[in-house]
Design a protein around this ligand. Structure first.
Ligand code: IMP
Ligand code: MG
Length: 184
């Protein structure tokens, strides 16, 4: 982050505290149920690792990967599944774990997609629910933080595949993330 202009949005401690309370809430809500956390790669890998350890249940973990074609900072709407879930999901309670919900396009597509596995339920947990660019009216069942705007990096969130390993969440300055664009 040395040559970037950025602002700290969520500190390590804020994230840690919120993940702990989300974990407790999920533990209470899924008592006695077969829960599968399904992480959406790549962005969810750090959040899922911490969240899974904050949930005190005999859960299972799986991952999927989606490619959404757009530029670095926005989803175009054309979504393709590039890694399918591998566990048996029928009759189980699925909790999709995502880094950030922005336009809502990915989440709406995933909710529809997962019905094919005939799960008992499908819910969504996102570290960040970002409102400013919402295009599809979707429900984020468990939102870590509700934010209005900004292009955010760190704790799994990337800009052009960089900055995922930062322990806190930062907002890049406006001109920073408009400099380049590519298909994700
Ligand atoms: P949606 O389909 O527009 O909701 O897009 C969600 C995806 O866009 C996320 O999983 C991220 O990969 C990406 N994204 C949206 N906003 C940001 C951001 O502020 N920082 C990093 N990635 C973002
Ligand atoms: Mg993502």
């Amino acid at each position: 982050m040395k040559q970037c202009e950025y602002t700290t949005i969520l500190t390590r401690q804020q994230i840690k505290d919120r993940v702990t309370s989300l974990g407790q809430q999920i533990t209470n809500d899924y008592q006695g149920q077969q829960l599968v956390l399904v992480g959406i790669l790549n962005g969810a890998f750090i959040f899922l690792a911490d969240l899974a350890r904050a949930v005190d249940l005999e859960l299972e973990v799986d991952f999927i990967r989606v490619a959404s074609y757009g530029n670095d900072t926005a989803t175009s709407g054309a979504i393709q599944l590039t890694k399918e879930p591998e566990l048996e999901l029928a009759g189980k309670h699925i909790l999709l774990v995502e880094d950030i919900v922005d336009t809502g396009t990915t989440l709406a597509w995933l909710r529809e997609f997962f019905t094919r596995y005939q799960p008992a339920s499908v819910k969504m947990c996102a570290l960040i629910d970002k409102h400013e660019r919402r295009e599809v009216d979707v429900l984020v069942d468990y939102a870590g933080f509700s934010l209005d705007s900004g292009f955010l990096v760190g704790y799994g969130l990337d800009f052009a595949q960089k900055y995922r390993n930062l322990s806190a969440v930062y907002s890049l300055s406006d001109n920073q993330h408009k400099e380049t664009s590519h298909a994700e």
